[in-house]
Design a protein around this ligand. Structure first.
Ligand code: MG
Length: 362
């Protein structure tokens, strides 16, 4: 049995902008465990602005624990044993996700089944995916939305929170041109309570599926006050890792956005699902601009745990110029079909050259 690890830096097709920084590439770590015929994969790619840990810290932690990890795989390996390992050693969330992916891939291959059948009794074979469009770029926004509709997308996500009056005007135009399109918004904590109340009330007539993270100060009190003053459904995303009592906000929101790369261990994802179900909240799964390995695991988790009637944010692979495999094989017509693991394995081999320069000594 051998554990290999590679760091990668895959360039984005276009520089990726957050509110404070511009990124030209996505960096991450791929784990590869070989045992006879079995070749299991996992990925850790901390997401800037969401994850608390850095890639360098993840690499250091992996080096510290690599022999214990191999021992775990050689002994009575189970997902439960890995959850104990995470807790005991304070493993970073992105590395938890990589290790759990590795366990699921390893055990399902050993059992001769797929990861989805290994994890779930029941799952959807096909899920809708949301497209992403820029805002306040005039014709560019409309062109992008038309392209997405032509490609079969029926849900589009739009980031707002920069210049609200322009955004409102643009959204009204989009809604009047595309009355059946499902629109979801993400304000990424742009507004104080007063602004959020005023802006969301102006958006109420536009039939918005939900708005993620409207509040700069995501407190239980603020969300309670906001929910009393707007009919627009609210969703939490980054607050799941940024504030301690996010669970107390669940009763007043409608959806929770789950990024497995950021949250980490599968035990946490299952617990988040139970909580969301108890409050009747939609669970929307989202990838984190990582490589095809993390995205594939996220698709499988979305199929088993995500809301079945909603689109999920799973199509970020198209933003990378280089990858371990290409989404085009399983994202079509605005939907994602559960990938056939063996086919992905082949694609992985043909693109392995992209990883090799980053091999780490464990
Ligand atoms: Mg978001």
């Amino acid at each position: 049995m051998k554990l290999n690890a590679y760091t990668y830096a895959f360039p984005f097709k276009e520089p990726f902008q957050t509110s404070s920084e511009t990124f030209t590439e996505r960096r991450g770590l791929v784990l590869e465990l070989k045992d006879g015929e079995i070749e299991a994969l996992g990925e850790a790619a901390p997401l800037h602005g969401f994850s608390a840990e850095t890639l360098d810290e993840v690499v250091q932690q992996l080096k510290t624990f690599s022999s214990e990890i191999i021992e775990l795989f050689q002994k009575a390996l189970s997902l439960d044993a890995m959850q104990v390992f995470h807790r005991k050693n304070n493993i970073y969330p992105s590395l938890q996700f990589a290790l759990d992916t590795l366990v699921v891939d390893f055990l399902s291959q050993r059992a001769g089944t797929t990861a989805q059948d290994f994890l779930f009794d029941d799952y959807s074979d096909k899920l809708q995916v949301n497209g992403i469009a820029p805002i306040s770029k005039g014709e560019k926004t409309l062109k992008r939305i038309e392209e997405l509709i032509d490609k079969g997308y029926s849900t589009v996500k739009i980031k707002i929170g920069q210049a609200f009056e322009n955004e409102l005007e643009e959204l009204r135009r989009i809604r009047s041109l595309y009355p059946d399109l499902k629109l979801r918004l993400d304000a990424n904590r742009a507004w104080d309570l007063e602004e959020a109340v005023s802006n969301l009330s102006k958006l109420e007539s536009l039939d918005i599926e939900y708005c993620e993270e409207p509040l700069a100060k995501a407190t239980v009190e603020n969300y309670k006050k906001l929910q009393k003053k707007t009919r627009l459904p609210l969703a939490l995303d980054e607050s799941l890792v940024k504030i301690r009592d996010w669970e107390s906000i669940m009763p007043v929101i409608s959806a929770v956005i789950v990024k497995p790369m950021v949250l980490g261990a599968l035990s946490k994802l299952f617990a988040t699902n139970r909580l969301a179900n108890n409050h009747g909240n939609k669970v929307i799964y989202t990838t984190s601009l990582e490589s095809g390995i993390g995205r594939t695991m996220t698709v499988i988790l979305a199929a088993g745990l995500g809301n079945r009637d909603s689109a999920h944010g799973l199509s970020t692979g198209s933003l990378l110029t280089m990858d371990v495999w290409n989404d085009g094989t399983y994202i079509n017509n605005g939907s994602v079909s559960l990938p056939d693991r063996s086919e992905l394995g082949e694609r992985y081999h043909s693109n392995h050259k992209y990883l090799e320069p980053g091999q780490i000594d464990l």
